[in-house]
Design a protein around this ligand. Structure first.
Ligand SMILES: [Zn+2]
Length: 288
C-alpha cells in the first residue's frame, strides 16, 4: 500500500505532468470505486488542473475548483500514458483498470487496482473535507507544526493502546501505514506493543526523530521518481518491513513476524524487545 512518501512522490510527479493541462473526461471502468455522485464526475470535464496535492494517503487533483480525490488503498496504483488508447475504458472484470483520466493533449492516467479485494476509492467533491476519510485525518507528520509536543499529546490521548496501532491510525497521524510504522519503531528501537502513554522523555525524543528521519529519507529517495519505480524503491529501502527471516541491517539478528490486527508486523527482537520474541496471540490461540 502506498503511504505518505509514495503518495507525496506521486503527487509531485503528477503536479509536473499536469501543469497547464485540462481534464478532457474520466472513464470509469469499475463503478464501485466511485463513492460520490454530486457533483457528477462530468463536472471535471474541461477543468484546468490548478494543483495536485496530498492529504494523508489521499491524492487530490484540483481541476478548477472541482477535486478528484483518489485513495489507492492496498493494491491501487496510477500509470501515466503518453498516448491514451483509442477505445474508451469499459468495465472488464479481468482488467485491473478502475478508471482512466483523459487529458486535453491526448495523454492519460490509468488508475488501477490489482487483486480481488476492491477498496480503491474515488471521490468528486468541491471541498476535500467533504471526503469523510480526509476530514477525519490527524496532523501530517511532516508539517512544521508537528512538534514533539504534538506527538506526545497524541500518544497520551491513546492511553495504553499498542504504539504500532496508534502510529498507523489515520485519525491520529495522517499518512503512516503498516510499512512505515514498522520502520519507524525499528529505527526508534521500540517494541511495537509498547503502551502508547508509557514513553519516557528519551523514548519520546527517539520516536519523534525516528519518525522524521524515516519519512524524510523515504521522501528524498522517492522524490523525482516515476510511478513505475516507486514500488520497488519502497521495498528495497525497508529494514524490517516485509523481511521476515532476513537479517536485521543494524544488529544481524533475524527479522521476526507477529500477527497484528488484520495483518502482521515485522520487527527485530534484539533491537526492539530486549531480545525477547513477541508472543503471537493468534497463533497460540490456534494451537490450544
Ligand atoms: Zn536488529
Amino acid at each position: 500500500m502506498p503511504e505518505l512518501p509514495e503518495v507525496e512522490a506521486l503527487a509531485s510527479d503528477l503536479r509536473h505532468r499536469l501543469d497547464g493541462r485540462a481534464i478532457a473526461r474520466i472513464d470509469i471502468a469499475a463503478f464501485s470505486c466511485l463513492k460520490t455522485y454530486d457533483p457528477p464526475i462530468t463536472a471535471l470535464n474541461g477543468g484546468f488542473v490548478d494543483n495536485v496535492s496530498r492529504h494523508g494517503k489521499f491524492l487530490d487533483i484540483d481541476a478548477s475548483g472541482v477535486h478528484l480525490i483518489i485513495h489507492l488503498a492496498r493494491a491501487g496504483w496510477i500509470r501515466w500514458m503518453d498516448e491514451a488508447p483509442k477505445l474508451p475504458a469499459r468495465p472488464n472484470s479481468k482488467s485491473p483498470l478502475a478508471a482512466r483520466i483523459l487529458l486535453d493533449n491526448g495523454a492519460a492516467i490509468n488508475i488501477t487496482e490489482a487483486g480481488t479485494k476492491k477498496s480503491l476509492a474515488l471521490y468528486v467533491v468541491r471541498d476535500p473535507a467533504d471526503v469523510p476519510g480526509v476530514a477525519a485525518l490527524g496532523p501530517d507528520p511532516l508539517a512544521e507544526t508537528f512538534t514533539r509536543e504534538v506527538l506526545q499529546g497524541i500518544l497520551e490521548a491513546n492511553g495504553r493502546a499498542q504504539i504500532k496501532g496508534v502510529l498507523r491510525t489515520q485519525s491520529n497521524i495522517a499518512g503512516i501505514g503498516n510499512a512505515y510504522s514498522d520502520e519507524i519503531l525499528h529505527a526508534a528501537k521500540m517494541s511495537p506493543f509498547k503502551p502508547s502513554n508509557s514513553l519516557d522523555d528519551d523514548e519520546l525524543g527517539g520516536l519523534y526523530s525516528a519518525m522524521r528521519t524515516v519519512l524524510d529519507d523515504a521522501l528524498s529517495r522517492a522524490d523525482g521518481m516515476a510511478a513505475t519505480e516507486l514500488k520497488s524503491e519502497k521495498k528495497r529501502s525497508m529494514a524490517v518491513h516485509g523481511r521476515t527471516g532476513e537479517t536485521c541491517p543494524i544488529c544481524g539478528d533475524v527479522v521476526r513476524e507477529v500477527s497484528f490486527a488484520d495483518s502482521s508486523l515485522q520487527y527485530c527482537a534484539t533491537c526492539q524487545t530486549g531480545g525477547k520474541p513477541l508472543a503471537d496471540r493468534r497463533m497460540s490461540k490456534l494451537l490450544k
